[in-house]
Design a protein around this ligand. Structure first.
Ligand code: AMP
Length: 207
C-alpha cells in the first residue's frame, strides 16, 4: 500500500499517518520529521534547511526530492509506505511519479481558522515525536508514551499564518492525482478517530 497524504499544514495528516501506519504496519515517512530530526542533530542537512522551516517557507525541491527518493529506496518501504507532507507541489508530484507507484493520494482537508486553532494548541512529544494537542494532554505529558511535550517554533500563530499562505496545496497537485484516478478528499473537521473511519473506508478497498 503506497499512500500519499496531502493537505494543509495542521489538518491532521501526521496524526492520520500514525494511525494508518500502526494499523497496516507501514513506515511513516514525514519530510517535516526528517528535517526536524536533522535540525535537532545539527547535521549538514539540518543547517541547510533550518531557515526555510523557521520562516514557514518550503525547503527547495532539489533537497526535498532527493531525501524522499533515498528514504523510499530503503528496505522497509518494500511493503509500502505512507508519505506525509510530500509532495507539496507539482514538481515534487512529478518527481515522485518517477520512483514510486502511488495507490492513493488522500487529501486531509480543513479550513484555515480551524487549522490556526488546532496548531496553536499542538504539542509535539520529545520522546516519540507524536503530535498531540492541549485538549488531549494528561499532566502535560504525551498521551501515547508519557514523554515531555514542546511547541514547534513554526506552530506560533504568525508562522502558522505564513505557512498557510505560502504552503497552500496547489490545485495542480490535486489535478495531477485526480487525472490518475487516485485522488480522494476527506474532511477532517471531526475527531481523529472519526476522520480515520473515513480514511480507512478508502484504504480497506486497497488492502
Ligand atoms: P510539516 O511537519 O509537514 O508541517 O513540515 C514542516 C516544514 O518542513 C514545512 O513548513 C516546510 O518548511 C518543510 N517541508 C516539509 N515537507 C516539505 C516538502 N515536501 N517540500 C518542501 N518543504 C517541506
Amino acid at each position: 500500500m503506497r499512500i500519499v497524504l496531502l493537505g494543509p499544514p495542521g489538518s491532521g495528516k501526521g496524526t492520520q499517518a500514525n494511525i494508518i501506519c500502526e494499523k497496516y504496519n507501514l513506515p511513516h515517512i514525514s519530510t517535516g520529521d526528517i528535517f526536524r530530526y536533522n535540525i535537532a542533530n545539527q547535521t549538514e542537512l539540518g543547517k541547510k534547511v533550518k531557515s526555510y522551516i523557521d520562516s514557514g517557507s518550503l525547503v527547495p525541491d532539489e533537497v526535498t526530492i532527493e531525501i524522499v527518493k533515498d528514504r523510499l529506496m530503503q528496505d522497509d518501504c518494500k511493503v509500502g509506505f505512507v508519505l506525509d507532507g510530500f509532495p507539496r507541489n507539482l514538481e515534487q508530484s512529478k518527481a515522485l511519479d518517477l520512483f514510486a507507484n502511488i495507490d492513493k493520494a488522500i487529501m486531509i482537508d480543513l479550513d484555515d481558522d480551524e487549522i490556526v486553532r488546532r496548531l496553536s494548541g499542538r504539542r509535539m512529544c520529545r520522546k516519540c515525536g507524536n503530535p498531540t494537542h492541549l485538549d488531549w494532554l494528561v499532566n502535560n505529558k504525551c498521551e501515547k508514551c508519557g514523554g515531555d511535550v514542546y511547541v514547534r517554533d513554526d506552530d506560533k500563530e504568525d508562522v502558522v499564518r505564513a505557512r498557510l499562505e505560502k504552503q497552500k496545496l496547489p490545485q495542480n497537485v490535486i489535478d495531477f492525482y485526480r487525472d490518475k484516478g487516485i485522488f480522494e478528499r476527506v474532511e477532517a473537521d471531526e475527531t481523529k478517530d472519526k476522520t480515520f473511519v473515513k480514511v480507512d473506508r478508502i484504504l480497506s478497498k486497497l488492502a
